[in-house]
Ligand binder design. Structure first.
Ligand SMILES: C[S@@+](CC[C@H](N)C(=O)[O-])C[C@H]1O[C@@H](n2cnc3c(N)ncnc32)[C@H](O)[C@@H]1O
Length: 550
């Protein structure tokens, strides 16, 4: 050591990451915001409206939750009602600070004279960077509080602010909990061919930052189907490896390595030797190959043998799947199925949910958009909580989930067929129940068929906003949109509406994009003098409710 090195003061311990921006401050203590249950989707009408909202009571009989409101208030609501440390997996896809206004494409249903498409601003994404970081900081701190110790969080972003948020995540979760930066493919128009020089390359990817709450937690490797299986009957591979661990040099089938190591621990290797001996004993003729024996015994046995040349080998079963790294360019991360510009693909969410959660786990997305996370969680048997500030996004999420749950009920493949819709802090935004939007108007005829059955027929539907966006007057409405049902996305019926919570028992949510709602419905009423509530969801995201006593 030189004198210089000897006299140098010891380096300070590496300081944890801390990011600063103008106006940075920790959020205030959790505020107990009020919530208002506006709707229950329960096609089997099996639950009563819960009297209060708390994790403990929901835990006994779980219903999924969809919130409309600012997520900072929804997060406070969850924290103050027992959800702390109870969420298993969080995916968020917040605004990227992209400087664009995001639009939703609205399509009229059925055969309609052009234009059948129009665009509606879903949200604006222009921020001052400091304000954006403060926005994310407050929400990420609360999300961490909600996450279980064994949980994971994934944050989907791009080049605009991704690298800043990565530092905020390091600060909140600790660098030791950073797991991966995933690269996912985005769609873009490649216009480079028009120019001889360019300013920058087109942006071809987004990033997803994955964090755990504790460094010890593990998750499942991500595998995909191989295009070609190289060894369809499996193959033998040398059991010795060059990595040098003396504790892994034990005797097996009379051989002990003097350098390097065996690949597996001793007990696992011994079991694999026993399995191979058992196979040899069971094999009465040459026709039972090891591959067939492995198939017949449940595809989970491992085997070790001494080869004819004296080498110790383990058997590698045929694998139709390959393991992925962090570049997920094999799938599209965006989807264009429902006209929501920033909609992510179900394939992407399926991959994330499969790796980071298991059936029955509780999944949270507080920037729900078109509800991809909730929909995939529903399909994969996870419980979910979703939230969006935009009523149109909540309506779209609800409608698409109703389609999925309808299918699951038909095929009896869901444990969680019910979801509740809450509005958070309704005082500040105007009460939304009954969900009457003054701009949309509808009329219906109700006929009593007998004491227990009624028929309702929708007679008219009118959305001035839609007409204005399409640039047509009411006079030529019939000519342009001959069937008013083209303007309706879904009809939900509560045959016993209590005036407060809409309990959607009948749902007409056409699966095909160009199919129309039926418009006429016959159904049971639970008792004489019921009040019927009929909720009509317009393609614009508006909704209205008709209420009639019978
Ligand atoms: C990028 S989109 C999410 C898209 C979604 N992953 C999907 O697959 O459709 C972001 C969503 O966050 C919502 N949002 C923005 N600020 C919010 C806030 N403070 N609280 C709740 N939702 C918010 C927007 O309304 C928008 O729907």
């Amino acid at each position: 050591m030189t004198c210089l090195e000897k006299n140098r003061s010891p380096l300070p311990r590496v300081a944890p990451v801390q990011v600063h921006w103008k106006g940075k401050q920790r959020p205030h203590a959790v505020t107990a915001f009020s919530s208002h249950l506006t709707e229950i989707f329960d096609p089997q009408r099996s639950v009563k409206a819960p009297s209060h909202f708390a994790y403990d009571s929901l835990k006994k009989e779980w219903h999924n939750l969809l919130f409309q409101g600012d997520n900072t208030q929804v997060l406070d609501l969850l924290l103050s009602n027992g959800f702390r440390d109870n969420i298993d997996f969080i995916y968020i896809d917040p605004p990227f600070n992209s400087g664009s206004d995001y639009v939703r494409t609205i399509k009229l249903r059925g055969a309609v004279t052009r234009p059948a498409l129009l665009q509606q601003t879903a949200y604006q994404d222009t921020w001052d960077t400091a304000a954006y970081l403060q926005f994310m900081y407050e929400r990420l701190l609360k999300l961490k509080e909600l996450l279980r110790d064994t949980g994971f969080l994934c944050v989907h972003l791009d080049y605009h602010v991704g690298h800043y948020v990565k530092l905020v995540l390091d600060e909140i979760f600790g660098q030791e909990n950073f797991r991966n930066e995933l690269i996912v493919k985005r769609v873009y128009k490649n216009l480079q061919g028009q120019f001889t020089e360019i300013k920058s390359l087109p942006q071809g990817h987004d990033v997803i930052y994955c964090y755990s709450k504790q460094p010890e937690t593990r998750f499942k490797p991500v595998t995909v189907e191989k295009e070609q299986v190289n060894h369809p009957q499996g193959y033998w591979k040398e059991f010795w490896s060059g990595a040098d661990r003396p504790t892994m040099r034990y005797p097996i089938l009379g051989v002990t390595p003097t350098a390097g190591q065996w690949k597996w621990r001793k007990t696992r290797a011994q079991q694999a030797v026993d399995n191979y001996n058992e196979y040899q004993r069971n094999r009465t003729s040459d026709t039972l190959s090891l591959y067939h024996y492995w198939m017949q015994t449940g595809c989970d046995k491992e085997f070790i043998r001494k080869s004819p040349t004296g080498k110790i080998e383990h058997w590698v079963p045929p694998s139709p799947r390959k393991f992925l790294d962090t570049v997920w360019s094999d799938i599209a991360s965006y989807s264009f199925d429902h006209g929501f510009r920033t909609e992510k693909s179900e394939e992407l969410l399926e991959r994330l949910l499969t790796a980071f959660s298991k059936p029955g786990d509780l999944v949270l997305d507080v920037f729900a958009g078109s509800g991809t996370t909730a929909r995939v969680a529903q399909l994969l048997g996870r419980r979910w909580i979703a939230c969006d500030v935009h009523p149109g996004a909540v309506q779209m999420t609800s409608r698409l989930l109703q389609q999925n749950i309808g299918e699951q009920l038909r095929t009896k493949t869901t444990r969680y067929p019910i979801f509740l819709i809450y509005q958070v802090n309704p005082q500040t935004r105007g009460k939304r129940t009954p969900s009457n939007n003054p701009s949309v108007r509808a009329t219906m005829t109700v006929e009593s068929l007998d004491n227990q059955n009624v028929r309702i027929t929708l007679d008219s539907f009118d959305s001035p906003i839609l007409l204005k966006s399409l640039g047509i007057s009411k006079k030529i409405l019939k000519e342009k949109i001959p069937d008013f049902r083209s303007m309706i996305d879904a009809v939900l019926i509560d045959p016993d509406y209590d005036g407060t919570v809409f309990h959607g028992s009948y749902a007409d949510v056409p699966l095909k994009k160009d199919a129309l709602v039926k418009g006429t419905y016959e159904f049971n009423i639970p008792r004489e003098h019921s009040t019927i509530g009929v909720k009509i969801l317009a393609v614009t995201g508006e909704e209205t409710m008709l209420v009639q006593k019978i």
